[in-house]
Design a binder for this molecule. Sequence first.
Ligand code: FES
Length: 116
Amino acid sequence: VTTTETSTGATVRVHPWDIVIVVQPGETVFDAAFRAGWIWPTTCYGQAQCTRCHMKVLTDDTQLEPPNEVERLIVGRLVRVSYRNDPDVCIRLACQTRPTDDLEVEVKQSPERRST
Ligand code: FES
């Protein structure tokens, strides 16, 4: 396991890559990853446009704020096309999601180490 930080924030465990990211209150998963030295998959850099940052939520998502309108629309399209509208799949955008409690997610493409 690569834990990138230890503090009191929510812990996001990223499967199947064995990456753990600590998200501070109010921070998105995307921004927390960047702060911790990772480049999360993206082409729009957090603008809720590319869906490249999307993650499958594996744990209870009730702690998460519901998606805003922009996220809801773009994720709805993605779930229709890529997940055949599977009602059991919970997809969220890392660039819009601000977890308040520990979370397990799965992403297809591994975040990459940012060069300093
Ligand atoms: S980074 Fe492009 S949608 Fe999140």
